[in-house]
Design a protein around this ligand. Structure first.
Ligand SMILES: Cc1cc2nc3c(=O)[nH]c(=O)nc-3n(C[C@H](O)[C@H](O)[C@H](O)COP(=O)(O)OP(=O)(O)OC[C@H]3O[C@@H](n4cnc5c(N)ncnc54)[C@H](O)[C@@H]3O)c2cc1C
Length: 318
């Protein structure tokens, strides 16, 4: 079975790795690759986002990703590490018991009385390192990666039995999906002054704020600008991000800025993960992961593999 994956972001590369495990012949077409894609901008924390939990997150998808990333963290070359940290709730905590998966959290308080969850050992994925590692890994195992844009899904199906559409925001044009919208996010990366705990403060009245320490730097975020298509870095936004982050973690004050970036989250009411048979061939869509593409990557790749396997089994029977 010849599988062509459209996209070399975290979704496409993870699907390639997973479909290789099922023994398929895999090729990737990607219009752009890391670092010029949103996957390379992601902070990136594996994290069960309460807001999206019922739509796209599921314990199953989260668990598949968590198990994979936890295993990958044992190998430093992957760029995956495990970090403790806190999630703040200024508008009130989620209802008790909403999260019954692994890992667990403990209730706590941040600063002067802000309710917080204390998370233990969540995966932090240093995306440029991880994407390079993952691409090298799948190439070594026989995946061909072509820098090439697919004009249409039928174009991508030429010479393939199955196309997996991991085009991110590119699926607006490729699948004609107008419900997909960009949500711009900007980050500032500063030299790490010795921080090893993350802080998430999504309900900060001045704007979303998060501090994600990686191996040598700290990703400070962020913004969430729906419908904004620009990936230009805005200095004013960077200053505001740093001010919010310094308030959360005073050791960041004066830390040298290493780099800045902006990316467009491929936002959709829910992830589109479904099979679309086309004649004797198959398209599987896997896009629209909004702000959780890394978190969902291995879980969604598992769902994609199951859809392909079911289609192959039906073809063999028929
Ligand atoms: C500031 C910021 C912080 C974030 N933090 C986190 C986080 O902490 N945790 C988390 O889980 N997520 C986070 N995200 C979200 C995450 O970045 C995205 O959900 C994820 O990267 C989407 O990955 P993707 O592979 O689906 O899309 P992309 O990375 O956009 O990849 C799409 C690929 O498809 C290719 N493509 C598109 N159209 C075509 C075509 N016609 N032909 C060929 N190729 C095509 C592109 O060139 C690219 O290779 C963050 C995002 C931002 C902006």
């Amino acid at each position: 079975v010849r599988v062509r994956i459209v996209g070399a972001g975290v979704s496409g590369l993870t699907c390639a790795a997973r479909l290789l495990e099922s023994g398929y012949d895999v090729e990737i077409w990607a219009a752009a690759r890391s670092p010029n894609i949103v996957s390379a901008v992601a902070a990136a924390l594996w994290y069960p986002l309460r807001r999206d939990f019922d739509s796209s997150h599921s314990l199953r998808r989260l668990a598949f990703s968590y198990v994979r990333f936890t295993a990958l963290a044992a190998e430093p070359a992957t760029g995956v590490m495990l970090r403790d940290g806190v999630e703040l709730f200024r508008d009130g905590e989620p209802e008790p018991g909403w999260w019954s998966g692994e890992p667990s959290y403990a209730r706590g308080v941040f600063g002067e009385g802000i309710a917080a969850f204390e998370w233990r050992a969540l995966p932090v994925v240093e995306m440029p390192v991880y994407l390079d590692w993952l691409e090298a890994e799948v190439r070594t195992r026989g995946v061909r990666v072509e820098t090439r844009a697919a004009g249409t899904l039928d174009d991508a199906l030429t010479g393939a039995d199955v196309v997996v559409n991991c085009a991110g925001l590119g699926a607006r044009a490729l699948a004609g999906d107008e419900t997909l919208q960009p949500v711009r996010g900007q980050v500032v990366r500063v030299a790490n002054p010795g921080i090893d705990r993350f802080i998430l403060d999504e309900q900060n009245p001045a704007g979303p704020a998060y501090v994600i320490p990686r191996a040598h730097d700290v990703v400070c975020g962020g913004t969430r600008e729906a419908g904004d298509e620009s990936t230009d870095v805005r200095e004013e936004a960077s200053r505001a991000i740093l001010a919010r982050c310094v308030e959360l973690e005073p050791r960041l004050r004066g830390a040298p800025v290493v780099s800045q970036a902006a990316g467009l989250r491929p936002a959709r009411a829910r992830v589109r993960l479904e099979a679309e048979p086309r004649g004797s061939k198959l398209v599987v869509h896997d896009y629209g992961h909004s702000g959780s593409g890394v978190t969902l990557s291995w879980g969604c790749a598992e769902d994609v593999a199951e859809l392909v396997e079911a289609w192959v089994a039906a073809r063999v029977r028929g």
